[in-house]
Design a protein around this ligand. Sequence first.
Ligand code: CMP
Length: 141
Amino acid sequence: MSVERTLAIIKPDAVTAGAAGKILSRIEQAGFKVVALKMIQMSFDDAAGFYAVHRERPFFKSLCTFMTQGPCIPMVLEADDAIQRWRDLMGATDPVKAAAGTIRKDFATSIEANAVHGSDAAATAAFEIGYFFSSLELCGR
Ligand code: CMP
């Protein structure tokens, strides 16, 4: 196991619902270090660039529109095995399939409005962290 960084986003549905604090609390209680965090309002093009890997999917336009519906909170999480551990804490993409006690089970309302995002691999995490944060914004502790 090695120390990793992953990109997490609290999505607009969860921010608008007032769940950001509760989700952040779960992240801290699970032992992740938050090494960067900000609240931003994405444009359609911002979201399209972030989700470019999904551009051929039928839900792409709808997903990008959803991500512009309100502010979201991207953050960088650090921990041993952070990428997989954050995915475990989030739960399955579709909240109907998410395990009890996961963030998506408790806060997501649909497969699209699923409260949180997490990188799926080391190369993805490197791209996604760099998409939102400069090296000066990453606070190693
Ligand atoms: P996320 O983990 O951010 O990665 C891609 C996102 O696309 C996903 O969470 C969902 O918000 C969305 N998504 C994935 N599959 C579907 C789907 N079948 N229909 C609508 N949105 C989806």
